[in-house]
Design a protein around this ligand. Structure first.
Ligand code: NAP
Length: 313
């Protein structure tokens, strides 16, 4: 066991985690935050954020998350760049493990977020970092002058396709239906961009060429006609939604059929004293501002829970 018992441990460092850290730190609960495998969360992989209130000109995702971390640290939140590998919520104090290191706390706030989904095609995983990517901001720069495919019809696919046109000679959006899910404003921006083309009602059936160790093209299949088309490209970007990062909580707290954490009384999970906020709970709104709002709620719920616990002695 590495340390004395804490009042609260926060698992995850996106907008939900850092907001929970700011509030619990200001309530003098000295939170310990485990930043996880992607410190700062998904916003660190995005470009300009235009819809987070308070930034009239927009703000870079990495910058926003750095500001949130510094704000939490200003009030003495302790941020550790470690990934929680196991939890035990079966008895109190709760136990949180980072490999062999054990940490204990009276309350836990889970804000572990969600991760990008992949297509699940043969060779796809092996080609991540070699032409297949789920992060245009991270990898776009490597595709100067190349033709790219973008899979997905949501806001992420539009935003990332537009970003990729800074580098690519052409970006073709492959969408499985003939209508986009993206908001009107993002659709219009994508339609207006001369470097963006669309292939409708289609999916990628095969990625070429895992044997060559790089992306050279793809076989597309039209879902309405079953017609197959070969296209050549230097990279394939995938923006088809997310999966909650909740595997380590299976069997410890209740999850829904898609793996999202179920909350009952406000932000409380099925275990009193364990709270959850952000994209690991919310599959409807999934915005930075809603995650931050839930992080605040979880912090206040935690504070009240700990007060109650103290009264019980
Ligand atoms: P999303 O809205 O769930 O869209 C996912 C897209 O991927 C859908 O078009 C879906 O097709 C497609 N898809 C899903 N599984 C697929 C598969 N196996 N093969 C091929 N296509 C597949 O996800 P998102 O775009 O990541 O957006 C998530 C949330 O963040 C949304 O609320 C969005 O508004 C928000 N967001 C906002 C902004 C912004 O405002 N600038 C930017 C990014 C994200 P169907 O349409 O057929 O289901």
């Amino acid at each position: 066991m590495s340390e004395d018992k804490r009042k609260v441990i926060i698992i995850g460092s996106g907008p939900a985690g850092y907001t929970a850290a700011i509030y619990t730190a200001r309530a003098q609960l000295a939170p310990l935050v485990f930043a996880g495998p992607e410190p700062g969360g998904q916003l660190t992989m995005t470009t300009e954020i235009e819809n987070f209130p308070g930034f009239a000109e927009g703000i870079d995702g990495q910058k926003l998350m750095n500001e949130m971390r510094q704000q939490a640290e200003r009030f003495d939140a302790q941020v550790e760049y470690k990934t929680v590998s196991k939890v035990d919520f079966s008895s109190r104090p709760f136990r949180v493990f980072v490999e062999d290191e054990e940490f204990r706390s009276d309350a836990v706030i889970i804000s572990s977020g969600a991760s990008a989904k992949m297509l699940g095609l043969p060779g796809e995983k092996a080609l991540v970092g070699r032409g297949v990517s789920t992060c245009a901001t991270c990898d776009g720069f490597f595709f100067q002058g190349q033709e790219l495919l973008m899979v997905g019809g949501g806001d992420s696919a539009m935003e990332e396709a537009i970003f990729l046109t800074k580098f690519a000679s052409k970006v073709t959006i492959v969408h499985r239906r003939d209508e986009l899910r993206a908001s009107k404003i993002m659709q219009e921006r994508a339609f207006k961009n001369e470097k963006i083309e669309f292939i409708w009602d289609s999916v990628i059936e095969k990625i070429h060429d895992p044997e060559a160790g790089k992306v050279t093209g793809a076989t597309l299949r039209n879902l309405k006609t079953d017609e197959r088309t070969e296209v050549s490209c230097g990279g394939i970007f995938v923006a088809i939604g997310h999966k909650p990062n909740t595997d380590i909580f299976k069997g410890q707290i209740e999850l829904d059929e898609n793996g999202y954490i179920k909350t009952f009384e406000k932000t409380q999970t099925s275990v009193p004293g364990v709270f959850a906020a952000g994209d690991c709970v919310d599959h409807v709104y999934r915005q930075a501002i809603t995650a931050a709002g839930m992080g605040c709620q979880a912090a206040i719920d935690t504070e009240r829970y700990l007060e109650e616990l103290a009264h019980q002695g």
